[in-house]
Design a protein around this ligand. Structure first.
Ligand code: GCV
Length: 617
């Protein structure tokens, strides 16, 4: 069969989705009619809805054919699963499966202008020029792609709700939001809307103080209006007191107080308030050594355990900084066991290569989850990597991150290699040579990217603002709280109990592990400790030599990856071949630049000669 990589991983469904349905069951039957025919599968497939169930499903053999039995949304998930299994040459049968997490969210950072904040795949799928502007056929395909991997909640607007034009719940824009909700409903997808904490003031109130009665009443009225338009809305998403966005701090209220009036208004309609915890002082004085940015979220929220309403979910980034390549898990995720939490990951490659460099995230997510054993958040959210580029994600191979995210969100623990192979087979067919090469490349991509960028958990050596390419001190002289504090003696911040004390926010076993330089995992050693350049790492190398060696090796491997891809010419569709080849060439160049800049930086500060004589400047 002819396949087209622009279609993500469902080429057997073609590029048209039937419209006009209201239920997942109708959608499931329509999709099966197209997909099974294209896959050449003839036995009858029966779709049965199980009363009282929502998302679970099973696929069983019945006389002469197959039966998908599932809940309201489960029947659609079952239909995609069946077709995706057949398409990859697997048995279609599945025992009953239901998701580990009831909210599997995708957050777009799309502005009404059409620009996507931290977007590397073109412009918004939803907005342009201050208006809703989308191709509804493409939005139906978007719904199909998301539903095929079980994503059930999307926020289409940026958490930075900055201009009056970005406020989606106004009388003018709400009917437009409703149309999108209607389009996505048959895919089992509900909307979240990002709202501005200070919206009451944009709309004429003199305050947004959450303890003010008029503010409470105002939110009640707005929420009632929104639910009249979209009765199955999931709820609101809020970024407050964060990076210049207004929040309860303006009124000396804490975040539980800040969330309460909005949460109560939503609760009346069964709605959820997703409240982000990306809170820190972004105007920090570099001389202030008491303030340590990674400590901020825990300091803000942990004391509020038990004070948030039942329908509030705290959305916490996986690391205490901001989606760096290597960070420890945020200590807030181990805290507040009685509070609902969502793990936030970032599919869009803000600090991880801008969808130019290859960076496959599933191994990292699995690592996060295994570290969180016993404290796994019940919900999950990912910042979208999608845009209006023909291939959705800029880099063809970045589609793998969306696919893996959906399965990871559903199953929590997955077989990394099996999921990755499944994506490869669906996207590129079943050529074992292509599978081998791609599997290797994807699974090694994070360590590769890490090896030529900021070393040993240090982070933040990126060019400011854009966050692509090297600039070791790009953030050193600004107020964002991301200091490396390098000098002739050493580099890094001491976060042990005798330093900033950040480690003490962890459970005791983790605090002991990270707090002692002798036990701290090597890959995080500069996150937690300040070390001299001649410090001997567990590998036996000095810090400086480790940096030189990893950077030379990383740049070499990036080059080798580009060559390995070239050998696949003719085995993958020409458009995909060219798309990836062009990016691998850029990645190899980026890796060389990182190598030279980071090595020179460490050499000049340390004066430690490279024992192989390669670092000369
Ligand atoms: C949406 C980082 C990004 C911002 C982003 C912010 C957030 O700081 O650089 O673009 O804003 O995270 O997650 O809110």
């Amino acid at each position: 069969m002819k396949y087209d990589t622009r279609l993500c991983w469902l080429p057997f469904l073609g590029d048209t989705v039937k419209a006009g349905f209201t239920t997942c069951r109708e959608m499931a039957e329509a999709e099966l009619a197209i997909g099974l025919r294209n896959l050449g599968y003839e036995p009858p497939v029966c779709v049965l809805e199980t009363p009282g169930e929502d998302e679970g499903y099973e696929i069983q053999e019945t006389p002469g054919g197959l039966t998908i039995r599932g809940g309201t949304r489960g029947v659609l998930y079952g239909a995609y699963s069946l077709m995706m299994r057949l398409a990859a040459g697997q048995s279609p049968l599945t025992a009953w499966t239901a998701p580990c997490r009831s909210l599997r969210m995708l957050n777009h950072w799309d502005n009404m202008s059409g620009a996507v904040e931290r977007g590397y795949a073109g412009r918004s799928l939803f907005f342009d020029n201050g208006k809703f502007a989308y191709d509804s056929r493409r939005l139906l395909r978007y719904g199909r792609i998301l539903a095929s991997v079980g994503i059930n909640t999307v926020c289409i607007n940026n958490v930075n709700v900055e201009t009056p034009a970005d406020q989606l719940i106004t009388d003018e824009l709400l009917p437009e939001v409703r149309k999108v909700a209607d389009l996505l409903r048959p895919f089992g997808i509900r909307l979240l809307i990002a709202i501005d904490f200070a919206l009451p003031m944009t709309c004429g109130l003199t305050t947004a103080d959450p303890l003010d009665g008029s503010v409470r009443g105002w939110w009640e009225k707005q929420v009632a209006r929104v639910y009249a338009a979209i009765p199955d809305l999931c709820g609101f998403l809020v970024k407050a007191d964060s990076e210049f966005r207004p929040g309860p701090g303006l009124y000396c209220r804490n975040h539980a107080e800040g969330a309460r009036p909005i949460a109560r208004a939503l609760a009346a309609f069964g709605g959820t308030l997703v409240w982000r915890c990306f809170v820190y002082n972004c105007q920090q004085d570099w001389r202030d050594r008491q303030t340590d940015r990674p400590k901020a979220a825990y300091e803000t929220y942990a004391p509020l355990e038990g004070l948030f309403d039942e329908n509030v979910i705290l959305q916490v980034k996986y690391g205490p900084y901001d989606f760096q390549v290597r960070e420890p898990i945020s200590p807030l995720l181990y805290a507040m066991p009685a509070t609902k939490k969502a793990l936030e990951v970032q599919l869009t490659q803000e600090y991880t290569g801008h969808q130019i460099d290859l960076y496959y995230m599933l191994p990292q997510w699995q690592e996060i989850l295994s570290d969180l054993k016993g404290a796994e958040p019940r919900y999950i959210s990912a910042v979208s990597n999608l845009g209006n580029d023909a291939n959705w994600t800029g880099h063809d191979l970045a589609q793998a991150n969306l696919f893996a995210y959906g399965l990871f969100a559903w199953y929590a623990v997955v077989d990394t290699a099996a999921v990755t192979r499944w994506w490869i087979a669906l996207t590129f067919g079943e050529d074992p040579r292509v599978e081998d090469v791609l599997l290797d490349m994807l699974l090694a991509s994070r360590e590769l990217y890490e090896s030529y960028t900021a070393p040993l958990g240090l982070g933040w050596m990126v060019n400011p603002n854009g966050h692509y390419g090297p600039s070791p001190e790009g953030y050193e002289y600004s107020a964002w709280g991301t200091y490396l504090r390098a000098d002739r003696q050493g580099i890094g911040v001491d976060r042990s109990p005798s330093g900033t004390g950040f480690v003490l926010q962890y459970p005791p076993d983790k605090a002991a592990l990270y707090g002692d330089v002798k036990t701290c995992p090597e890959e995080l050693i500069l996150f937690f400790h300040r070390l001299s350049y001649t410090h001997t790492l567990p590998s036996g190398k000095t810090l400086a030599q480790h940096v030189y060696d990893t950077h030379f090796e990383g740049a070499r491997r990036a080059e080798a990856m580009a060559e390995r891809w070239n050998a696949l010419e003719g085995r993958v569709p020409a458009e995909a071949f060219d798309n990836v080849r062009a990016r691998f060439i850029l990645q190899a160049r980026n890796a060389r630049e990182w190598r030279d800049v980071v090595n020179a930086y460490f050499y000049r500060y340390s004066g430690v000669a490279d024992e192989k004589g390669r670092v000369l400047y």
